[in-house]
Design a protein around this ligand. Structure first.
Ligand SMILES: [Zn+2]
Length: 416
């Protein structure tokens, strides 16, 4: 007879944490600040009631281990840090649901589960202070760019290495945290969806297929400034007109891509005055897809469209790559287990991609079989104090995530 997990305790602890680390503007658990340190102390106190070994690794990630019969480890992760004025669930729901699962396993197996179980609280997932997200998990996966990290400063001019030093982390050694993944057999992460897909379909939970790849570019159309009164319409080289046609086309490109999204997030014009035809128009384009060839195709189509509209309008166009990241598909067998755990819990499920990046993407990148579970977000909103999820859905997600943990332990034991 297995010991039951207690989702109501998770909900009560989330409220306790909100009272301790939030104010009228929302959650204030920004990484490497005193509130974050207090959050960690609160978590450690909860963990102290269990027969676990807890330590901080070289990157400031907190690991808590319940040793099992086998050294092969089931990892459950999340992040206690938040953005300033953040929501009460983003990141900490993952950790506190994981804590509840460790309690359940400890009770069921009298302190010694068949495989080792490890809870991880990643350091600075949000990147709110230094503008670089997934700090702790990318250090652990070995993908953190140290040259870039050395130069990061917060709004007050404090450098990242100094902020890290204040919490006992040495930037030059953060990649030593990779040793923590040595016996990792699987990684699970629960998260609020942060979008409206589950809400619109009236579904409480979904199994996550992976995180989107991203292509981010600046596109500049070059035309000719000319007087808005004296220049006949047929004599214009209007950079804005080409950009405007392009921005409409990206909706068609997204629609053809089967599941991708495209955004023109900014548009600036020169000379930018009311009496001149636009000489130069710069757009930023952000394209995302779960499938690498589909993402590449979206980019090719956007380029072709920009060149076509430039030619038609008698202007020229140039492209500049701003940033890109490959799609990170999760493990197919673990996706199936997550889907089954959700079905058993609430009778219906959905497999969906994640638009935002998560620590899970870095763990998957390090080669550890990974999957995530999403719970519905009310309003489809997060990084905001109005972020919320119905309590009945919070209870369901803890139950389903616990089922996924049980299934994954069996999967590890079967030697997968
Ligand atoms: Zn998060």
């Amino acid at each position: 007879m297995s010991a039951p997990v207690n989702p109501q305790r998770t909900i009560a602890e989330l409220k306790e944490l909100r009272a301790l680390t939030g104010n009228e503007h929302g959650a204030q658990r920004v990484a490497f600040t005193p509130v974050w340190t207090a959050t960690r102390a609160w978590l450690r106190q909860k963990l102290a009631a269990l027969p676990v070994e807890t330590h901080t690794d070289a990157a400031g990630n907190l690991w808590s281990t319940l040793p099992g019969e086998s050294e092969r480890a089931l990892l459950i992760g999340g992040h206690m840090d938040s953005v300033p004025n953040g929501g009460w669930l983003d990141g900490c729901l993952n950790v506190l649901a994981g804590l509840e699962i460790v309690r359940r396993l400890n009770e069921q197996y009298h302190g010694r589960p068949p495989v080792t179980v490890r809870l991880v609280d990643w350091a600075d997932e949000e990147g709110a202070r230094f503008g670089k997200s997934l700090f702790g998990s990318s250090a652990c996966s070995g993908n953190l760019n140290l040259d870039e990290a050395r130069g990061l400063k917060d709004r007050d001019g404090i450098a990242l290495p100094a902020a890290l030093q204040a919490v006992g982390v040495e930037l030059e050694r953060v990649k030593e945290s990779g040793v923590e993944l040595q016996n990792a057999a699987a990684y699970l992460e629960l998260h609020i969806e942060q979008g409206p897909v589950l809400l619109d379909l009236d579904l409480p939970l979904g199994a996550v297929l992976g995180t989107f790849g991203v292509e981010r570019h600046a596109i500049t159309f070059h035309g000719q400034a000319a007087h808005s009164g004296s220049t006949p319409m047929n004599r214009r080289k209007d950079a804005f007109l080409a950009a405007a046609k392009m921005s409409q086309e990206i909706y068609d490109i997204a629609a053809r891509s089967q599941g991708g999204v495209c955004t023109i997030g900014s548009c600036t014009t020169q000379p930018g005055i009311v009496t001149s035809v636009v000489a130069e128009c710069r757009l930023t384009l952000d394209q995302r897809h779960l499938d690498a060839p589909a993402l590449a195709r979206m980019l090719v189509e956007a380029r072709a469209a920009s060149e076509r509209f430039a030619r038609e309008g008698g202007v020229t166009v140039t492209w500049e790559r701003l940033w890109d990241i490959a799609p990170r598909p999760f493990h197919p067998e673990l996706i199936a287990l997550a889907d089954a755990a959700i079905h058993e819990t609430c009778g219906k499920s959905l497999r969906l991609p994640s638009g935002p990046l998560h620590d899970a993407a870095e763990v998957a990148r390090a080669g550890v079989p990974t999957v995530m579970m999403f719970v519905q977000s009310l309003h489809g909103i997060s990084h905001n104090k109005i972020e919320d999820t119905r309590e009945e859905h919070l209870a369901l997600c803890v139950t389903a995530f616990d089922r996924l943990a049980a299934k994954t332990m069996e999967w590890i034991q079967a030697g997968r």
